[in-house]
Design a protein around this ligand. Structure first.
Ligand SMILES: [Zn+2]
Length: 337
């Protein structure tokens, strides 16, 4: 099999490797498409500890090409999407069949080999079948949708709630679409007018430019003087986390969503949170939301067509990494394998 491996920061090589045996409870995938995330860039740059050498990238769509012993529910030819982390299969959650709650998850592409290769072998527990009507490009976004679902369920978002979303990022725009599905009212804040325009295109009516507008004043006006019931802060939004407290009403809730990719420390005043009696939630994984995410994508509740701008071919991966370092890439990059 052919696989890219990162040996040390900025050092990625395409290698011919021995074919992997398909163990018990595992499936072999013929990989079709991968998606690059902030964490993948952090691993490439060495901003994040990884188990080098490592096959990078966790988001993958592929065909099942071989099925190991004891696998039920999957067969050759099924098209699947991979879960974000490999389950340990030993902790209580894994043994109870709740691998999404694994106590020792190893993120693919960091602590466990990822999928930037022509074939992969993965536990049958860590893949989900996707319906035919979803194309590979759309299916790559399933992890983002599941993360957003997890965030909104942690915030207990209800009909009519006003929810500030800090960051018109890929995750932010997806989260806004699901908030609207819950009949909540998203107020999107970002520093980039082009991303706010994309949010508007996705149906977000209230957008605030953090550079040009007095954000607090605008939210105060939009919420009738109350501020927002809850606020989602997206890591990678580039805005200060401390502002989330200013935008949220007393007794409201804040969710910090996404994994830290090592760019800068996130800081917020604890006394300001205490003064307003605000609940804080951290949301870094998808929970039990993959199946729901697949359904919301298949029935077009969430659309992602405007959220990627490049599809790179497999042989251009090294150039892609270097190019992404020098670009202000706000949209997602996909790799066709
Ligand atoms: Zn486990």
């Amino acid at each position: 099999m052919k696989a890219y491996r990162i040996h040390s920061p900025h050092n990625i090589k395409l290698e011919e490797m021995d074919a992997m045996p398909v163990g018990e409870n595992c499936v072999k995938l013929k990989n079709l498409m991968c998606g690059i995330t902030d964490i993948d860039m952090a691993v490439y740059e060495g901003r994040r500890d990884a188990r080098y050498p490592v096959i990078p990238v966790r988001q993958c769509v592929g065909f099942v090409s071989e099925v190991g012993e004891n696998v039920t529910g999957l067969q050759r030819g099924n098209r699947v999407v991979t879960y974000s982390h490999a389950s340990c299969h030993n902790c209580k959650a894994c043994k109870d069949g709740r691998n999404y709650d694994c106590e020792k998850p190893a993120l693919f592409g960091i602590g466990e080999d990822g999928f930037l290769s022509d074939f992969s072998v993965v536990s049958a527990d860590d893949v989900y079948i996707i319906p035919e009507r979803l194309n590979d490009e759309e299916a790559i976004f399933i992890e983002h949708i599941a993360l957003a679902l997890n965030a909104l369920s942690r915030l207990n978002v209800e009909k009519g709630d006003q929810i500030v979303i800090m960051g018109a990022t890929v995750n932010g725009i997806i989260l806004a679409q699901i908030a609207m599905y819950y009949q909540a009212v998203p107020i999107m804040i970002d520093m980039h007018e082009d991303m706010l325009a994309l949010a508007q295109k996705a149906g977000v009516y209230f957008t605030v430019n953090a550079v040009n507008d007095d954000v607090c004043k605008k939210i105060l006006a939009l919420t009738g003087g109350h501020m927002a019931n809850s606020c989602v802060y997206l890591t990678g939004s580039g805005m200060p986390l401390s502002s989330a407290c200013d935008y949220t009403a007393a007794r409201g809730k804040i969710a910090i969503v996404g994994r830290a990719s090592g760019e800068s420390e996130l800081a917020c005043s604890m006394s300001a949170l205490l003064d307003k009696n605000i609940d804080i939630h951290t949301v870094v994984d998808c929970g039990k939301n993959y199946s729901t995410a697949i359904n919301l994508l298949a029935n077009h509740t969430v659309t992602v067509d405007t959220l990627y701008d490049k599809i790179v071919s497999f042989d251009k991966v090294p150039e892609m990494y270097e190019a992404l370092l020098s670009e202000d890439n706000k949209l997602k990059t996909l790799i066709k394998i």
